[in-house]
Design a protein around this ligand. Structure first.
Ligand code: PDD
Length: 318
């Protein structure tokens, strides 16, 4: 059965989803005039809450909308959801819009009454097959606006770009702007070439991903060389490995881009059977079918192992 959202916070009240109603004159509804955050919760502990609240503040500042709550007030709301929602692992969604207007007008109302909404959904991490076999992606031109560093609810371009992938039976659309890699429609993208991790710079062209930060931190901790710079479309297509990362998808290897294999020059298993999981379940180990052949994405395998260790040792403890 599909899990149901059971509890919504709307403008000061905790209510059932059926009761949670917003005016059709809300600027979020009419203009997509609002910002949002998605915060992963592991074992009921919100992960990197301060960083998510700082990114929310950056988005609010970027659209000239006053923050309706202090960090302490946000934390209290988020912690209540993390404690009361029925799932141990959650994805908490926060949205703030510029609120209702008396008449439709692009310019802001003189008095702003923001609409504040929070809800929790179950955090579903990607199925093992995606990690083992990698995902199929397509590419297109980045048609979004020039403030992609703001997490705004005006997501029509992202939705169209994501649907482009789905319509072609793929998982994600990789975006290029002016011949350079930006990111995915809802994810950060990393390139591996000759043992170096390349990441596009965190500027107005991409969302400053929290998972992006974790990937760079883990690389630094474990001695994987990192270069942050513009990455060309050709470099992306010729990558040894290509990864997609987000709070909900974690870090996934990309098997194909526009129907072409990524990392074709690397050693792979002799036959074409599924590539092996980098992190065997507890109790399993070498000799039980795991890690016996070289991974097609050896650096991804290492990064995922570092990430899983970090998740169990740090994320689950808040
Ligand atoms: N999106 N880039 C874009 C355009 C995104 O929408 C996201 C995440 C990311 C990764 O950010 P993070 O690592 O902080 O999740 C990068 C979320 C999951 C969403 O819109 O639902």
């Amino acid at each position: 059965m599909t899990p149901q959202v059971t509890l919504i916070y709307l403008n000061g009240e905790w209510i059932a989803p059926a009761e949670a109603k917003v005016s059709v004159m809300d600027r979020g509804f009419l203009f997509g005039d609002g910002v949002y955050e998605v915060i992963p919760v592991y074992s009921r502990k919100p992960f990197r809450l301060d960083e998510h609240l700082a990114r929310l503040q950056h988005s609010l500042d970027g659209v000239a909308l006053a923050n309706p709550h202090s960090p302490a007030q946000w934390s209290a709301l988020i912690l209540k959801l993390a404690t009361d929602a029925e799932w141990e692992d959650q994805s908490i969604y926060i949205q703030v819009t510029r609120g209702p207007m008396a008449v439709r007008n692009h310019a802001f109302p003189a008095v702003i009454q923001p609409t504040v909404m929070l809800m929790a959904e179950p955090l579903t991490t990607p199925p093992a097959v995606m990690i083992e076999k990698g995902i199929a992606t397509v590419s297109t031109i980045d048609t979004r606006w020039s403030r992609c560093d703001l997490k705004t609810t005006s997501l029509l371009a992202n939705c169209l770009l994501r649907q482009h992938a789905v319509a072609l039976g793929c998982v994600e659309t990789i975006l290029f702007r002016d011949g350079l890699l930006t990111e995915g429609s809802a994810s950060s993208i990393f390139v591996i070439k000759e043992g170096v991790l390349f990441a596009p710079p965190k500027d107005h062209r991409i969302l400053p991903g929290i998972t992006y930060d974790i990937v760079l931190e883990l690389a630094s901790t474990h001695g994987l060389p990192v270069i942050v710079r513009d990455i060309s479309e050709a470099e992306t297509r010729n990558a040894d490995e290509l990864w997609m990362a987000s709070s909900t998808k974690e870090i996934l290897p990309i098997a194909t881009l526009d129907g072409k294999d990524i990392g074709v020059n690397l050693p792979v298993g002799a036959d074409d059977t599924p590539f092996l999981s980098p992190s065997p379940p507890a109790g399993e180990g070498r000799g039980r079918g795991y890690n016996q052949r070289p991974s097609r994405w050896p650096i991804h395998s290492k990064m995922l192992a570092w990430y899983q260790t970090y998740k169990h040792e740090v994320m689950r403890h808040g």
